[in-house]
Ligand binder design. Structure first.
Ligand code: AKB
Length: 317
């Protein structure tokens, strides 16, 4: 991977992945693809090229690929699970229509393509504990439907046309850099902001709601490592379970309290997010990723909490 196009480069994952890849691919072009109204700023803008690339416009993708001789596309455009429920048509247009555009450009120009899937690709009939790599995927959200469709379409393009499509199923991602927007797992980011600002946190999910979560540095490393993995070892492509920690609101609140003794959490449930979270796995089995490309997380809840608190204090206080 040398010349990379990141579609959705100013979002929660994209803003950090762009910077990581710019450091990782010296001498290459790592292009920050953005949409109108979400232009890159600051170091993201100054450290490399940027192009307007609307994923629903295949010509814009093809033009950026041709202009920078792109060999790898990271397709990070998506509406997250909760917001997608209020705009299902747009979620499909971006999640599936946008992916189709990326696949077609990749087929024509010979690009490798990364498109994240999610724990949201599973549903209530999936085994909830240690969810296997290959299992029932009958999600009940439009987000999940786009993710399962995306996994299957990406595998089809790999089989049928030889497009090098690869993917991981991201858990809820936690970071102090760019906030998520409209996800079911967002509470696990918001809780740290409240703790550092000295505010009481109103948790939208009830105690006992377990979900997989991951610290952003591990997620970024997974996104790079899967694209650089030895293809002869890959039995799966779209998409690998990856995991590092699973907790419920009580566990993360107790961990924060160890570091911020005055921290207080109360509950103000969001029925939509609760229903989505209840339909998702409690914990994933990531043994295939470990076996096929040596995936291994570096952050557990304690290490992540220390790092989040140190960096959020620098950012907010
Ligand atoms: C969401 O909550 O929608 C995302 C996800 C787990 O895919 N963070």
């Amino acid at each position: 991977m040398k010349n990379v196009l990141i579609i959705g480069a100013t979002g929660q994952i994209g803003s950090e992945l762009t910077m990581k890849l710019r450091a990782h691919c010296p001498g290459g072009n790592v292009v920050a693809g953005y949409i109108k109204g979400a232009e890159p700023k600051g170091v993201l803008l100054e450290s490399g090229p940027a192009e307007e690339v609307d994923i629903t416009n295949p010509q814009m993708i093809a033009d950026a690929v041709a202009k920078y001789n792109i060999d790898t596309i990271y397709n990070l455009a998506a509406l997250l699970s909760a917001v997608a429920e209020s705009k299902p048509q747009l979620a499909w247009k971006i999640g599936v229509g946008g992916l189709y555009n990326c696949l077609e450009v990749s087929r024509e120009k010979g690009c490798a393509l990364f498109t994240p899937s999610s724990i949201g690709s599973f549903g209530p009939s999936t085994p909830h504990d240690h969810t296997p790599q290959d299992t029932i995927q009958r999600p009940e959200t439009i987000y999940g439907v786009t993710k399962v469709t995306g996994e299957m379409l990406s595998d089809y393009y790999a089989r049928r046309f030889g497009v090098d499509t690869r993917s991981v199923r991201f858990p809820g991602l936690i970071s102090y850099v760019a906030p998520p927007g409209g996800g079911t797992t967002d509470y696990a980011v918001d809780i740290y902001y409240s703790a550092v600002k000295g505010e009481e946190f109103k948790c939208p999910l009830k105690p006992g709601t377990f979900m997989d979560m991951m610290y952003m540095p591990d997620a970024l490393r997974a996104a790079v490592e899967i694209m650089e993995a030895d293809p002869t070892r890959l039995k799966h492509r779209n998409s690998f379970n990856i995991a590092s920690m699973s907790f419920d609101p009580e566990i993360i609140a107790a961990k924060i309290k160890e570091h911020v003794p005055g921290f207080k959490m109360t509950y103000e449930l969001d029925p939509l997010r609760q229903a989505i979270a209840d339909s998702w796995p409690d914990s994933l089995d990531d043994s295939c990723a470990r076996e096929e490309w040596d995936w291994k997380p570096e952050y557990d809840l304690e290490r992540m909490t220390q790092d989040m608190l140190v960096n959020l204090r620098k950012k907010l206080l």
